[in-house]
Structure formats: C-alpha cells, structure tokens
Design a protein around this ligand. Structure first.
Ligand code: VGL
Ligand code: ZN
Length: 194
C-alpha cells in the first residue's frame, strides 16, 4: 500500500480516550491505556503537518439512558465534569485541538462521534477528505465513528495499533474490524505514514 502523507485535508480523530475507559475506570477497556503512547505519536505527526486533530469524548448526564438502572447495559461512566470523563492524563490534547462531546442528552445514546454533534460540519469547513481514527472502544465508539465517516463520504483509515475493544462477547472487536473493512475502511499502523 502507498504511504499516507498527512496534510491539512487529513484529520486525526481520537475517540474517547478517557479515564473511565482505561484500567481503574468505571468501564475499563482491557489495555485501554496502551493506546495513549501510540496516539501521541500520531498527534506529533499531525501537529508537525499542521493537520487538524479532533478528540471525541463520551459526556453523559448522571442518569443517562445507557446506564444500568436507567434502561441501559453499562455501568455509569464518563459523567460530565468528573474524573472518569476527563481525558487520560498523558494524552497530548492541545489548545488548538477540537473537543467533540457526545451522548450528553439523557435519552439519547451516541456511540458515533458524528451523532448529535457538529463534527461533520467542522470537518467540511476545513475541507477534510480523509480521517484517521483511533481510540476506544474498537467495537463501540470507534466502529460507529468509522462507519458514519464512511457513510458521509470520507476516506477512513482505522489505526490498528491505536485501538482496543471491550469484547462484551468474545470476538466482538475482531468482528467490528471486519465490518469496518467490509464497509470500506483501510487498516493502517504508524509505519504506513510518510
Ligand atoms: C463506549 C460503551 C459505552 C465507547 C461508550 O466509547 O466505545 N462504549 N459508551
Ligand atoms: Zn457511554
């Protein structure tokens, strides 16, 4: 495969690298924190290229519909303005980066960074054509963000070395990657960048 040159029309989308999705958090993704150093490498490359970087975050009210006891399957997680909702402390979030909050309405679940947000508008305003997507969790928010990006006409690259899944059922993450690829996403790792 040809190497990818990161330019101003290429955006990095870092999905939900928040304390609650890392070991020690309320809904820990196994090895979730292991994506942080790799994502920081991608961030350095994007900064160097002057390319846009977006961070999505799960941003729930304390009685969100996705929580056990409120109609959902998940333990309460990423409650607005709590430690669990904060980005992992080592993640290199910059002043100039855009933070996209999702899932902030009590009665609406939003696994995708595009759902109920202005992410698409912002990307279009910047004439972005390609998305590099990494973060947590492979089988939920990463998958839905990638599929939505493809539906909206972006070329989408899945950062295979910078994602981890929850695997509620064994094999969920593997199946999620298969579905993303079948839908048109291309798997890449750091070595595929120029
Ligand atoms: C997520 C489960 C519940 C995710 C968010 O970020 O993948 N998973 N809420
Ligand atoms: Zn959530």
């Amino acid at each position: 495969m040809d190497k990818i040159r990161v330019d101003e029309r290429t955006a990095l989308i870092v999905v939900d690298v928040q304390n609650d999705f890392c070991p020690g958090g309320a809904l820990p993704v196994p090895e979730g924190d292991r994506v942080v150093p790799i994502i920081n490498c991608y961030i350095d490359i994007f900064r160097e290229a002057g390319a846009p970087i977006f961070f999505t975050r799960d941003w729930h009210p304390k009685d969100h519909i996705s929580f056990k006891g409120y109609g959902g399957i998940w333990p309460p997680h990423c409650v607005q303005n709590t430690w669990g909702a904060a980005f992992h402390p080592a993640l290199k979030v910059g002043e100039e980066d855009v933070v996209v909050s999702k899932g902030f309405e009590r009665l609406k679940e939003a696994y995708s960074g595009f759902e109920g947000t202005d992410l698409d508008e912002r990307l279009r305003r910047l004439c972005v054509e390609r998305l590099l997507v990494g973060g947590l969790a492979t089988d939920y928010c990463v998958k839905n963000t990638v599929l939505d990006g493809l539906k909206r006409g972006y070329r989408v690259f899945l950062l295979e070395d910078a994602v981890r899944g929850v695997d509620v059922k064994v094999g969920d993450s593997i199946r999620a990657v298969e579905e993303m690829v079948k839908s048109g996403a291309v798997k890449i790792t750091l070595k595929d960048l120029l």
